[in-house]
Design a protein around this ligand. Structure first.
Ligand SMILES: Nc1ncnc2c1ncn2[C@@H]1O[C@H](COP(=O)(O)OP(=O)(O)OP(=O)(O)O)[C@@H](O)[C@H]1O
Ligand SMILES: [Mg+2]
Length: 262
């Protein structure tokens, strides 16, 4: 499907952010990161290093103790229309059809009349490859299809900044590979700035323009790797490129060092 929308991708800036939990555990100290409009950044790091915390700061669910988090030069708030969030599990309403699940966010946002909400929900279901599944309930869909519905629900809001927290971690390897290709196809069609969290080095390198490696908290950013692999990328061709292999091996070493240093 062609470009659905004129998404104006957002610029993101974290500026010397400190963040500690109320129990005193410091997760970030002096963390700075900027993401350009339309960029695809993967955040990689060991369990507990603060990846989800970082997304929660970026979505305004958590506030920094010091420093600032800005989206398009405004202090982030959770109700900003620019923000879209995709969770690890699909989190669909089991009693609503696929179409109604996708429409749900549009209904809540209340930006469109009902007929236009349905039209847009149908378009985005088709965009994620689920034309024909509108009437199905979540339990009638596979795990991968449920995650597509969830993705369509977030994309239908046409977010300028898409935050994804290990969205495909629960899927089998084959479905996960096809969802990764799907993610890139949707990103090149819609153009939104994307921050994608993963444990998986291959996934990060395959998807991203830049990979940000976090060390064990409160180490912050251990390394930023530019991924200059050609686009469009596909599982079949990209992952066998010598440059892909060199890049993921270098990152693997970096992560091992970060874990050992902790
Ligand atoms: N609500 C909370 N209250 C207190 N501490 C928390 C809370 N949530 C997370 N933490 C702590 O903050 C640190 C970072 O957690 P976070 O969930 O961001 O890690 P993560 O990198 O997303 O890990 P994973 O890969 O396992 O999802 C961890 O040490 C965790 O124990
Ligand atoms: Mg997490």
């Amino acid at each position: 499907m062609e470009k659905k929308s004129a998404v104006r991708p957002a610029a993101v800036a974290l500026d010397v952010v400190d963040f500690a939990w109320p129990d005193g555990q410091q997760v970030f100290a002096g963390l700075s990161l900027t993401v350009a409009p339309g960029e695809f950044v993967a955040i990689l790091g060991p369990s507990g290093c603060g990846k989800t915390t970082l997304l929660n700061l970026l979505s305004g669910f958590e506030q920094p103790d010091r420093g600032s988090v800005r989206i398009n030069d405004a202090a982030v708030r959770p109700d900003m229309p620019e923000l879209g969030y995709v969770f690890q599990s699909p989190q669909l309403f089991p009693w609503l059809s696929a179409l109604e699940n996708v429409r749900f966010g549009l209904r809540m946002a209340n930006r469109l009349p009902p007929a236009a909400q349905y039209a847009r929900a149908r378009d985005y279901l088709a965009l994620v490859g689920l034309a024909g599944a509108e009437a199905k309930l979540p339990h009638q869909l596979s795990g991968g299809m449920q995650q597509r519905v969830s993705l369509a629900r977030t994309l239908a809001l046409e977010p300028a900044l898409l935050l994804m927290d290990e969205p495909f971690a629960a899927l089998d390897a084959i479905t996960r590979n096809s969802m990764n290709e799907e993610t890139l196809r949707l990103w090149s069609a819609l153009g939104q700035t994307t921050l994608f969290i993963t444990h998986d080095i291959d996934e990060a390198v395959f998807l991203a323009d830049r990979v940000v490696v976090l060390g064990i908290a409160p180490a912050g950013i251990a390394r930023i790797a530019e991924i200059d692999l050609p686009r469009p990328r596909s599982m079949r061709t990209t992952r066998s490129l010598p440059r892909f292999i060199a890049c993921r091996n270098a990152l693997m070493e970096q992560i091992n060092l970060a874990v050992q240093a902790a």
